[in-house]
Design a protein around this ligand. Structure first.
Ligand SMILES: [Cu+2]
Length: 320
């Protein structure tokens, strides 16, 4: 039933399951960003809402970083965001805990309405970002609700402000270890009773580096869970894995050698390991470092293939 994202199937699905909106309509937002898009608030804002059975929440995306609005069933294995439930809901859906609901990846301006016909406490997740969670508490109609829409609007604004203030390029620059190193993004994950929210810096903190031929530059990801890539030349089809000319150093860092600005090299996802959970196999170490040795002079531009549209680009100037 959820496998098709065609307009007609989505329409039929909506007609079959949409509960008439006799309930209240609530508003919430997904993501936020600084004006230059460098700081991305990776969060549901607010991330904890109390409503009545039959009410509808409309989520509006307010960031250029992609997000999904997703409710999995209890114990469901988390699917990749491009697979969905499998399948996607477009525009609106109803969720009672028995059938997975998710949007495809969405960006600024797009909305999604979810009606909650039954009581329960439902986890809200983004399939793109593991440290972005929330909860919807659906109460019986006679039970009074703790907050109104004005409260949630104020809380969303406050959470956005607080998360944006958690990080800036200057702070991240401070941690730079040596002249030939680049911080590849920085981030913090915060928790409250509703779940996890992340603030991520989508920038190479030292975007212009000047080195001598023969030197090696090291890129390090300081974010909690946001992947980035360091990509020279042609952007490959597969962004997750490194290009074939990338080798592993003894300490596990990925390493490429570039001899000309026309060479290509792709780091693959550079990201810290997900957190371990008791009762599950421990996660492998994350590929958090990428090194490139530049054997010849030239201007070597590069991008993060995931976030270049947010302005995440850099250059290495190699002098003779
Ligand atoms: Cu990036």
């Amino acid at each position: 039933m959820k496998s098709s994202i065609s307009r007609s199937a989505a329409f039929v699905f909506a007609v079959l399951t949409f509960v008439p909106a006799f309930g209240a309509q609530w508003q919430a937002t997904v993501g936020a960003q600084s004006e230059d898009k460098s700081r991305q608030v990776v969060a549901f804002l607010p991330n904890e809402v109390w409503i009545h059975a039959g009410d509808t929440i409309q989520w509006t995306v307010k960031a250029d970083e992609i997000h999904t609005i997703s409710f999995l069933t209890a114990g469901q294995v988390r699917p990749p965001f491009f697979v969905g439930c499998p399948g996607f809901d477009i525009g609106e859906a109803s969720f009672d805990g028995s059938t997975c609901v998710t949007t495809p990846p969405m960006v600024s301006g797009q909305t999604f309405n979810v009606t909650f016909p039954t009581t329960g406490n439902f986890k809200l997740v983004c399939l793109v970002h593991p440290d972005m969670t929330g909860v919807v508490h659906v109460l019986d109609i006679p039970v009074p609700l703790p907050h109104d829409q004005v409260f949630y609007n104020r809380q969303a604004a406050q959470q956005t402000h607080d998360l944006l203030a958690e990080i800036n390029a200057g702070q991240a620059h401070h941690h730079s270890a040596s002249a030939n190193s680049v911080i590849v993004g920085a981030g913090k994950t915060l928790a409250n009773a509703g779940g996890h929210s992340t603030i991520s810096l989508m920038r190479f903190v030292q975007p212009e580096l000047v080195i001598r031929a023969g030197a090696t530059v090291e890129w390090t990801n300081d974010d909690t869970g946001m992947p980035h890539t360091i990509t020279f030349g042609v952007e490959p089809q597969d962004l997750f894995d490194p290009s074939p000319n990338v080798t592993l150093d003894a300490d596990g860092a990925r390493h490429a050698i570039l001899s000309s600005p026309s060479d290509s090299a792709h780091s693959g996802f550079i990201v810290s390991a997900p957190q371990d959970q008791t009762g599950l196999p421990q996660t492998p170490l994350g590929p958090t470092r990428f090194r490139v040795t530049f054997t010849n002079p030239g201007v070597y531009p590069y991008i993060c293939a995931l976030h270049d549209d947010l302005g995440m680009k850099g250059t290495v100037l190699v002098l003779p």
